[in-house]
Design a protein around this ligand. Structure first.
Ligand SMILES: [Zn+2]
Length: 172
């Protein structure tokens, strides 16, 4: 019941109740003609390994999925590039500076926040960082862990898209 067609009740332009879901991915107000499309939001995720080849995962500090494991990253701001967003998020969450990044893959996700489904396209990059000495756990994460193919807890990964990104990274 968190999908837009179950949440949006009024036209955001004129306030009319006749804000009709068009059956696929748009709403049309039959009073003022406002046509609103549900598009996917861009989000980014970073794959960072330590010197031992272990993968960095973050622990989510807040809901949704508080306490579950995630990749560093987040939503792309309006008018921001995916690369700039990921550099910003890694700085905000970990105080690490990205020196190299390479696109890997992307997967869709449905992210429920505030009882509302946000459809995302999670875009993954393999990242290298400039040293670990200044790393600081902050912002919307509460901890980090380093994992391997052997010890990763797949049941504790926060989203299907993140699981699929890690599987693609490890060629599983
Ligand atoms: Zn309207």
């Amino acid at each position: 019941m968190t999908q837009p067609q179950n949440v949006f009740k009024y036209c955001p332009r004129c306030g009319s109740k006749h804000f009709n879901f068009e059956g696929s991915r748009s709403f049309l107000c039959s009073d003022c003609g406002f046509h609103y499309f549900i598009n996917s939001s861009a989000a980014v995720a970073g794959l960072i390994e330590n010197e031992k080849g272990e993968l960095l995962l973050t622990v989510r500090a807040f809901n949704p999925n508080k306490g579950m494991l995630d990749l560093p990253g987040g939503f792309v701001d309006p008018m921001e590039s995916a690369e700039a967003a990921l550099k910003r998020e890694i700085k905000e969450e970990l105080n690490l500076e990205v020196t190299e990044m390479q696109y890997l893959t992307s997967f869709p996700n449905e992210y429920v926040f505030s009882n509302f489904s946000v459809y995302t396209t999670d875009i993954a990059f393999i990242c290298k960082v400039k040293g670990w000495n200044n790393m600081h756990i902050q912002d919307d994460i509460s901890d980090i862990v380093f994992v391997t193919k052997q010890n990763i807890d797949w049941n504790n990964i926060s989203a299907g898209s993140i699981k699929r990104i890690i599987e693609a990274f490890w060629n599983l």
